[in-house]
Design a protein around this ligand. Structure first.
Ligand SMILES: C[S@@+](CC[C@H](N)C(=O)[O-])C[C@H]1O[C@@H](n2cnc3c(N)ncnc32)[C@H](O)[C@@H]1O
Length: 236
């Protein structure tokens, strides 16, 4: 399982990665949400705990990866008030089946993992789980897949005497899909203690494609800051 290679690095590197930007820009988008939020691909819960801080809503944190979910539950276990308010759903997004539609859905840094056919099937499923007029917000970077590039460092953190470093290379790129090679390295000074690699695909649709898919599923584009797209499910 590739996520077990990257898991020990996740919080270490993302705390300084996308998380500060999301914590700055997402609050106004979810400010009016009172009753319920579905967070799709909640990961280790870095955004889940912030959602709980920004809104009084009940939260459904959906996360298919056992490893990521383990860290999420560990994070919740220290917070009695969150254990009452957050339900962790151990399934993938297409399998979501809530007891009643939610008021809002949030999907942070998940789109890259969704194959085009899966993604196209997902929007109607989400529309069926969202209240009329409900909100769907996700992180967004336009422009299709990144071009091939050599190995580069994505981030690094010191943990005691050790340095945890993540690196990536874009091996191939075509349309909205790219093949990437990831390296996760632990070192002490010049000595590499461990290095694990995995190769996977990532997807980045262009704006036209995503608009067509979402409008086709009954969503209407709403205002969002740079780096996000926000949609409302049409009423009636
Ligand atoms: C980069 S992490 C983002 C985690 C979290 N949203 C955050 O911002 O820290 C991507 C997450 O999406 C999850 N994911 C991948 N495919 C998914 C799917 N089909 N349905 C739901 N979640 C998925 C992964 O397991 C992973 O936890």
């Amino acid at each position: 399982m590739t996520d077990f290679i990257s898991l020990p690095f996740y919080d270490l590197l993302q705390q300084d990665g996308h998380v500060p930007r999301v914590r700055e820009k997402l609050p106004p988008l979810v400010a009016g949400v009172r009753r319920s939020i579905l967070e799709i691909g909640a990961g280790t819960g870095l955004i889940t705990t912030s959602l709980a801080q920004w809104t009084p809503a009940e939260i459904f944190a959906l996360e298919p990866s056992t490893g990521m979910r383990g860290v999420l539950l560990s994070r919740l276990s220290e917070r009695a008030e969150l254990l009452k308010r957050v339900t962790v759903l151990p399934c993938d997004a297409l399998s979501v089946d809530l007891d009643e539609p939610v008021e809002a859905m949030v999907m942070i840094n998940v789109m890259y993992a969704l194959e085009p056919d899966y993604r196209k099937r997902l929007w109607p499923v989400l529309a069926g789980q969202l209240e009329p007029g409900g909100l769907l917000v996700f992180t967004w970077r336009d422009g299709g897949a990144p071009a091939p590039r050599p190995l580069q460092e994505d981030g690094s953190r010191q943990v005691g005497r050790h340095t945890y470093t993540a690196l990536s290379e874009i091996v191939e790129s075509s349309g909205e899909v790219c093949k990437a090679r990831y390296l996760y390295r632990i070192s002490e000074g010049d000595k590499v203690i461990s290095e694990e690699e995995f190769v996977g695909h990532a997807y980045r649709p262009v704006r036209e494609t995503i608009e067509e898919e979402l409008v086709g599923a009954g969503f209407v584009l709403a205002d969002a800051p740079e780096g996000f797209l926000s949609w409302r499910l049409a009423r009636g």
